[in-house]
Design a protein around this ligand. Structure first.
Ligand SMILES: [Zn+2]
Ligand SMILES: [Zn+2]
Length: 384
């Protein structure tokens, strides 16, 4: 039963000092047919899951980590380089064997042109990535379903209210269609947004019971100041693909201004692309991950493309752009909690050559995405 429609017994234990970050391994996603009105980037914001079959079976869930995600994270001494960033991100004080100090992760608000590879060192690219990051959300789940299958891990947490953490991408269509709300959280008659979708991975949110204990945070960009954060709650799982480790959950927010804000952000991105960035992409590609590593504030990490593999059938958007599913391999730094974060392939003549959710981290330093979308290569060649 929806939180916003009727009273229900919540299993919440939000505020717990202990949480399990979703491991950034083994996130596999299904394809979606993009629809839009002007660009591939916009097309990918229209999420419509399909049921194709995967040709790739990468990685396995490695189980939950136990990094703390809140203010009680272990404080450690920081070197001078980190100190400058500590004001806005406590990520750099979290102990981590994978990326000690987390220098590779730039808080989204601190991103500067010099953090990007030389061909992309402009304010416009920084602005674009910050805008893109507004769709990246922090996910916490305060219940683990008894029905969770073994391959999705967290078996020891089944039936418990231990908080688990991940990242996701929000898709705003239908958010503007507000409805009356009966949640009881706010007294008196009030409205709630229309249900919108958040794509993440199946091991973060598996079924409706977990979705109803899912808490979403937009704009968690500063660990020291949460005044900008906008929250939403999960209602149900609208799509689940265990094999590819992807789930799409339907959510609602009481913040009725969120749709306009995200819509404005998307429009500004489109203007940036059309007015400048579309002519600044004939370079070696960069692969940018936007995520909430260790459940902390939003960060950007940057790396190189190692491989791209197309998957499934070509689909054509309403404006005639041909898309095909793809899996990406890259060396962009990742940490637990980054699973479900957005992987953006920029370059090779395209502002948005491909988009995919971060999936797996491998021992050889290679990371891989779940199933995403890329422009169909043959149609690109024909246009050149
Ligand atoms: Zn880490
Ligand atoms: Zn309400």
């Amino acid at each position: 039963m929806s939180f916003f429609k009727k009273d229900r017994t919540r299993k919440s234990s939000r505020g717990s000092s202990s949480s399990h970050s979703s491991n950034d391994s083994d996130i596999q996603n299904d394809g979606s047919e993009g629809r839009g009105n002007g660009s591939w980037l916009q097309a990918t914001s229209s999420l419509r899951p399909t049921n194709g079959t995967s040709k790739i079976s990468s990685g396995r869930l490695l189980g939950g980590s136990t990094h703390r995600s809140d203010d009680d994270s272990t404080e450690t001494r920081q070197n001078e380089d980190n100190a400058a960033r500590a004001a806005s991100s406590k990520l750099h004080s979290i102990e981590c064997q994978k990326h000690p100090g987390h220098k590779e992760f730039i808080p989204v608000g601190k991103l500067q042109p010099h953090h990007l590879p030389p061909p992309y060192r402009t304010e416009n690219w920084v602005r674009f990535l910050r805008l893109k990051g507004e769709e990246t959300v922090h996910i916490s789940v305060s219940y683990t379903s008894n029905n969770r299958p073994e391959e999705l891990g967290f078996q020891d947490l089944r039936g418990t209210t231990k908080v688990r953490i991940g990242s996701g991408t929000a898709f705003i269509m239908n958010m503007e269609n507000t409805e009356d709300c009966y949640c009881g959280e706010i007294e008196g008659a009030h409205k709630v947004s229309g249900s919108f979708k958040v794509m993440t991975v199946a091991h973060v949110v598996f079924d409706d019971a977990e979705a109803q204990s899912t808490f979403i945070k937009f704009f968690l960009d500063d660990d020291s100041d949460s005044t900008a954060v906008v929250t939403a709650r999960g209602e149900r799982v609208s799509h689940i693909d265990i094999q590819r480790n992807r789930s799409v959950i339907e959510c609602r927010t009481h913040d009725l201004t969120l749709f306009q804000r995200l819509s404005n952000s998307r429009n500004e991105r489109m203007r940036l692309i059309q007015n400048s960035l579309s002519t600044e992409v004939n370079h070696e590609p960069m692969v940018v991950l936007i995520s909430h590593p260790h459940g902390m504030s939003k960060c950007v990490s940057i790396g190189r493309l190692l491989a791209i593999q197309e998957e499934g059938d070509v689909k054509t958007t309403q404006e005639g752009v041909e898309l095909i599913g793809c899996f990406l391999a890259y060396d962009t730094p990742t940490c637990p909690g980054a699973g479900g974060g957005s992987i953006n392939l920029i370059g090779k003549g395209e502002v948005c050559y491909a988009f995919a959710p971060h999936c797996a981290s491998h021992s050889d330093g290679k990371n891989t995405s779940g199933l995403g979308w890329t422009k169909y290569v043959k149609s690109l060649e024909l246009r050149r």
